[in-house]
Ligand binder design. Structure first.
Ligand code: ATP
Length: 265
């Protein structure tokens, strides 16, 4: 149901030797909402993403992901492959990680590689016929083209991803993540390097994903105009610790948040 938590982070800790990057962090993100994770540089935001998506094994704490159908997963016990394929968590990175030599369309097809491999394996085993494989491939192409259209890149489907302008590559990354039909989409600074018009387009895209209701969004973002405009809920980190948690208006007026951003005690 909308409003129930999709993600429950409880007492999360991540240490790298003597560095405590995340320290006893607890927060929840709700189904159908955009939750922003903000904080000054080095606050621990990307480390939290890396724990949620299985790139790091947390030093302590639990991360529970619950689907709308009631299935739930303890992400700290799963590897990155299972978190992506079974728990349906997708992510983008601070630095663009497309396949630059592949076309825009191919990048979106790679995202659906698993579904296609499954159909291919079933065909090989004789469990489904070639027509079923072709229909799986056609569905994958259709989904890729739907996303290319949504991000305004249908005309450039056959261009190498690496030749696209920076803002287009950022949107293509989001489209690629969406082609995995995620329950939770984790975006690491998607507005970084975008101009004002591109940022406005990004906000619209994320709000349209929220409106469809199938994918909840967890967003790391330094662009406060984007955060304030589209977030339902904001969690603020500083030195690996949560210092505020609430609506955008609530955290904006919080004295600890203002002090953290201004760098005063
Ligand atoms: P930014 O906004 O600058 O991206 P952030 O809030 O995402 O910062 P993190 O990248 O999570 O912060 O880093 C938090 C702390 O953990 C920093 O002190 C960083 O140097 C440290 N850290 C992160 N990853 C590692 C690692 N693999 N090994 C050692 N220290 C790390």
């Amino acid at each position: 149901m909308s409003g129930d938590p999709i993600l429950e982070v409880d007492n999360l800790a991540m240490r790298f030797g003597g560095i405590v990057a995340v320290n006893g962090l607890s927060f929840a993100a709700r189904h159908g909402e955009i939750t922003a994770l903000i904080g000054p540089n080095g606050a621990g935001k990307t480390t939290v993403f890396n724990c949620i998506t299985g790139f790091y094994k947390p030093t302590g704490g639990t991360i529970r992901l619950s689907h709308r159908d009631g299935k739930s997963y303890q992400l700290q016990r799963l590897n990155d492959f299972r978190i992506s394929k079974i728990a349906k968590v997708a992510r983008t990175f601070q630095n663009i990680r497309l396949f630059p030599g592949m076309t825009a369309l191919e990048n979106l097809m790679v995202a659906q590689h698993n579904a296609l491999m499954r159909a291919s394996g079933l065909t090989f085993l004789g469990l489904i016929g070639a027509p079923s494989w072709r229909s799986a491939e056609a569905s994958a192409i259709e989904l890729a083209r739907i996303w290319l259209k949504r991000i305004g890149l249908l005309e450039r489907a056959d261009d190498a991803a690496g030749n696209l302008p920076y803002g287009d590559q950022r949107r293509l990354e989001i489209a690629r993540a969406m082609c995995t039909t995620p329950a939770l989409l984790c975006l690491d600074e998607p507005a970084a390097g975008l101009n004002a018009r591109e940022s406005a387009g990004l906000s619209e895209l994320l709000m349209s994903i929220r409106a469809e209701g199938n994918t909840s969004i967890l967003l790391i973002e330094h662009d406060m105009s984007v955060v304030m405009e589209i977030s339902d809920h904001v969690v603020v980190l500083d030195y690996g610790v949560k210092i505020a948690d609430g609506t955008p208006q609530h955290v904006r007026d919080d004295a600890r948040v203002i002090a953290a951003y201004l760098g005063v005690e």
